[in-house]
Design a binder for this molecule. Structure first.
Ligand code: SAH
Length: 247
């Protein structure tokens, strides 16, 4: 997008409905068309649209992970054509990088994968992904949140090799969607911002699913507070104003 164009339409991709409810209520969003399983919620003229991965028709659970997030992002961009795409959600954090339960992070630098292991020339690099996002230095300061590299994979737990790859990538956060959302944004030339709150410590020793459930409400509350602040801050500003305001 042109750096001088105003951000007038914001799309927010979530994996889980429970993560998105507070934002849907805050902006009085109502269900609009959307190809199933993706669920779109918008306000007048779709200035703010929340887009959910939707639920699995066989099991009834949210369609978490990269496959549904890829479809979600594509449907959102195709139907609404937002000026910017935010991926909001929960994540595991690394204690060694200073993360704590309930912290909210904005992505920085790049978004990577840790479970696409293809040890062939060039395919190894392709597997990691290294997708871009906007420079979030100024936004992190304005909103008052940490910055970190997010690494994505399709499992809530991990194997040793995942951990090695996350360390090599300098990841502060581990999730199941951000890299796939970033990929679609890169393909379709959309500005991208990931924002994630910490439900569990990857290197903390407690089983992830136990910590995830115990901290989901706290993390989701913090996520929505910061996400709403972020949306209010970037709305009607230009890309230039949110990326490089110091002159
Ligand atoms: N166990 C959950 C299922 C959610 S799956 C339940 O019972 O409802 C986890 C979701 O939260 C994904 O969308 C993922 O992006 C995020 N997430 C939170 N902590 C994570 C972690 N440690 N690793 C990977 N994804 C995590």
């Amino acid at each position: 997008m042109d750096l001088n164009n105003k951000i007038e339409k914001i799309g927010i991709v979530f994996a889980m409905k429970g993560e998105a409810l507070a934002t849907i209520h805050h902006f009085n969003l109502e269900r609009i068309n959307g190809n199933y399983p993706v669920e779109l919620y918008g306000n007048a003229e779709n200035k703010i649209v929340v887009s959910l991965n939707g639920t699995c028709s066989f099991t009834g659970v949210d369609n978490v992970g990269t496959q549904a997030a890829t479809l979600n992002t594509y449907v959102l961009i195709n139907e609404v054509n937002p000026d910017i795409v935010i991926n909001a959600g929960t994540a595991g954090g690394f204690a060694h990088s200073g993360a704590k339960i309930g912290d909210v992070y904005i992505g920085t630098n790049r978004v990577v994968y840790h479970d696409r292991r293809i040890p062939l020339p060039k395919f190894d690099e392709y597997g990691i992904g290294n997708y871009g996002l906007i420079n979030t230095d100024y936004l992190a300061k304005q909103i008052g949140i940490k910055q970190g590299i997010i690494s994505t994979g399709n499992s809530l737990d991990y194997v040793d090799r995942d951990l090695q790859l996350m360390k090599m990538s300098n990841a502060s956060l581990k999730d199941m969607e951000a890299a796939s959302v970033a990929w679609v944004c890169q393909l379709l030339n959309k500005a991208f911002i990931p924002i994630k709150s910490v439900t569990d410590m990857v290197d903390g020793g407690i089983p992830t699913e136990v910590e995830f459930k115990a901290n989901f409400n706290l993390a989701t509350k913090n996520l929505n507070l910061k996400l709403i602040q972020l949306i209010d801050f970037i709305y009607q500003k230009t890309m230039e104003e949110i990326v490089s305001p110091e002159k």
